[in-house]
Write a protein that binds this ligand. Sequence first.
Ligand SMILES: Nc1ncnc2c1ncn2[C@@H]1O[C@H](COP(=O)(O)OP(=O)(O)OP(=O)(O)O)[C@@H](O)[C@H]1O
Ligand SMILES: Cc1cn([C@H]2C[C@H](O)[C@@H](COP(=O)(O)O)O2)c(=O)[nH]c1=O
Length: 247
Amino acid sequence: MTIRTPMIETPRGCFISFEGIDGAGKSTHIEPLAQWLRERGQTVVVTREPGGTPLAEALRSMVLHDAMDTLTEALLVFAARRDHLLRVIVPALDRGAVVLCDRFTDASFAYQGAGRGLSDDMLTQLEHWVQSVPDTPGDPARATGGAASEPKAASEAQRWIEPDLTLWFDITPEQAAERLARARTPDRFEAETLGFFERVRLGYARRAQAAAGRIVRVDAAQPPELVWHQVTEAVASRWPLPSGRCK
Ligand SMILES: Nc1ncnc2c1ncn2[C@@H]1O[C@H](COP(=O)(O)OP(=O)(O)OP(=O)(O)O)[C@@H](O)[C@H]1O
Ligand SMILES: Cc1cn([C@H]2C[C@H](O)[C@@H](COP(=O)(O)O)O2)c(=O)[nH]c1=O
């Protein structure tokens, strides 16, 4: 697929996403990592998908609880992502913060793609539309109407936003289900079959293979302290904290 709008690099913070099948242990490690980074002088924003803004949280509630077809589901998670990017993620990166996001677009390829069968072509189109953002830092109006909501000129400068690092918490569906059974009442995804989560896990494995420089596999079946060690190793080996910025 061709992207016609020019892409430019700007100095910014660092974007880390957490991925994996339900019950892999992502949420358990996200706040401790935020604290660990703050102790090393970073400003950290912790957020999640779908969600992170009032609109995206409303969409999350529908996606997690209402029956719908797969394309509708994909459109809603990408609509939530667009709002989240413009209102929370991009402004935080522009302020130089580290953004820790519980799931991002890899989840759409894994769940709506590998899990539910939506084509990679369709997901790639959505990814390109949603993750190309106007290069007008510090202008919240771009998220609330006005110029940014108008159809953009082909020549308008855009920035491509994707995680700098993705921690993929890999675990078998059986192990994850055992953890979730102890934890809470399942939502629409958590109630899915082991076969569904096998496909989702394979979807993550394919993404990890295709983006080996960005996606780091964490063996999430290990006890929490060993998982934590892998998480901090992955972050520290990329960025020599506390000296400063991710990029
Ligand atoms: N390494 C681990 N060993 C054993 N249990 C764990 C481990 N990590 C997390 N857990 C437990 O497993 C359950 C699920 O963990 P958590 O909520 O962090 O997963 P998650 O990946 O965020 O799931 P979801 O995507 O469904 O929100 C929790 O009860 C948590 O305490
Ligand atoms: C971002 C995103 C998420 N999902 C699914 C995956 C999970 O089951 C839920 C989110 O809840 P959790 O607390 O993070 O487990 O939504 C999805 O299907 N597609 C996506 O793009």
